[in-house]
Design a protein around this ligand. Structure first.
Ligand SMILES: Cc1ncc(COP(=O)(O)O)c(C=O)c1O
Ligand SMILES: [Zn+2]
Length: 403
């Protein structure tokens, strides 16, 4: 089980870069993607061989960038469950599944990017990094940095969920709050990096976070018995998870573990911040900065994703779509999955149900199609989300029971 990593390649111009020294963006300012010797990977990464491997993202070692397992920084990245949502699905004539990323360390899918990103940073000799975040990535990268004995400088909006602030501080990061959005936090990080001494670990400005997030794609393909659902609905901020899932499925195709059929990829955003949706509707190649971004699904408040061109390309190439849902529908979706099927999803997970319902009503999703929702985090991380009905105190000695 050794990494088949060969080099880095610009997502826009194709220029090659050495993977064994720290790298950020291409000369043209575009993200770098990690490339592998797929023929070599395919010789040992087989369905049969995988049966005996540990149930964590590290089981896909050939298609991960870490060269030496001794550099692995781990908090126990379990494979996350793929669960049918029978009651929620029946209610909307949908064959519905959820991949519940809330079970990972730090209770969100950001643990995947952090586990692989921090491990590879350690392998390349990096000892300190800085990054902007909407919260969960900061929590995850801070925890993995602590585990690695590395220094994390985290910059997040003042309005980010309190739990994210708490977890970054408790795991020892140097935390800064900004009166603004993740885009403002990004500018502060860029200035700090320019002064030197600290590595820029911003989304897509370092190449390895995608490699961690793509393991969602490996897992779901394996859990669906080496096939893919018809539709995957992804709550899109920076879009890294969507890019990663798309990349993973194509790598599995290349090594013969999947046939050529791709799922139709859906990017769901909030009506309060929908740059990808607006670009998709205009058949554009890139997005335009979204002014006054605001939504209850804080993780997807990204006014201008750096990887917008790659996200849009994945939507076009898979005959997918992009859709915006409002905050009311997001909260209703969160509550419905939680109440009907027992999976306490985050607001971003709620957005995926809202999108699936709307797309089914429009006929874009047809009856009987398998639809996978990606729940990117645990609902437990959002104690401030408004409850429809606060729990009642027992008024007397009798429990007022509803049927
Ligand atoms: C819970 C949650 N869902 C989704 C996202 C968006 O992730 P991506 O950058 O992969 O689009 C985030 C990012 O902060 C998040 O915290
Ligand atoms: Zn380039």
């Amino acid at each position: 089980m050794i990494s088949a990593l060969t080099h880095l390649e610009c997502s826009a111009c194709g220029e090659r870069y050495d993977a064994d020294v720290p790298q950020n963006l291409c000369r043209d300012g575009k993200p770098l993607l990690v490339r592998y010797d797929l023929a070599a990977a395919g010789r040992t990464l087989t369905a049969q061989g995988l049966r005996d491997r540990e149930p964590s993202l590290w089981r896909y070692a050939e298609l991960l960038p870490l060269r030496d397992p001794a550099n692995r920084v781990s908090l126990g990245e379990t494979m996350t469950p793929l669960l049918p949502l029978p009651r929620t699905g029946a209610c909307h004539d949908l064959d519905l599944y959820v991949k519940d990323e809330g079970l990972l360390p730090t209770a969100s899918f950001k643990a995947r990017g952090a586990a692989v990103g921090v491990s590879r940073a350690k392998e390349l000799g990096i000892t300190a990094f800085a990054m902007p975040t909407n919260g969960n990535a900061g929590g995850a990268w801070s925890a993995y940095a602590a585990r690695a004995g590395m220094k994390a400088h985290i910059v997040m909006p003042q309005s980010a969920p309190h739990v994210n602030r708490l977890e970054t501080m408790m795991t020892g990061a140097d935390v800064h709050l900004v009166d603004g959005l993740i885009s403002d936090a990004g500018k502060i990080v860029a200035r700090a990096v320019a002064r030197g001494g600290v590595f820029d670990a911003s989304t897509l400005k370092e190449p390895y976070r995608i490699e961690g997030k793509k393991t969602m794609g490996f897992e779901l393909a394996e859990q669906f018995g080496w096939s893919v659902p018809d539709v995957i609905v992804y709550p899109t901020g920076g879009g890294v998870g969507l890019i990663g899932i798309d990349k993973a499925l194509r790598e599995l195709q290349a090594i013969g573990l999947l046939d050529a059929r791709m799922p139709r990829m859906v990017a769901v955003q909030s009506t309060g911040c929908a740059p990808i949706v607006r670009a998709f509707d205009a058949s554009a190649k890139e997005s335009v900065f979204w002014e006054n971004a605001r939504t209850v699904a804080f993780g997807i408040t990204v006014p201008k994703p750096l990887g917008d061109a790659i996200v849009l390309e994945a939507l076009y190439a898979t005959n997918g779509t992009a859709i915006a849902v409002n905050d009311e529908a997001i909260l209703a979706g969160q509550r419905e999955i939680s109440e009907s099927d027992g999976v306490f999803v985050c607001p971003e997970g709620g957005a995926t149900l809202a999108a699936a319902i709307a797309l089914r009503e429009q006929g874009w999703i047809r009856a009987g199609e398998r639809v996978l929702l990606i729940n990117t985090g645990s609902g437990l991380k959002y104690p401030d989300v408004p409850y429809a009905q606060p729990p009642l105190l027992v008024p007397s000695d009798d429990l007022p029971m509803s049927p």
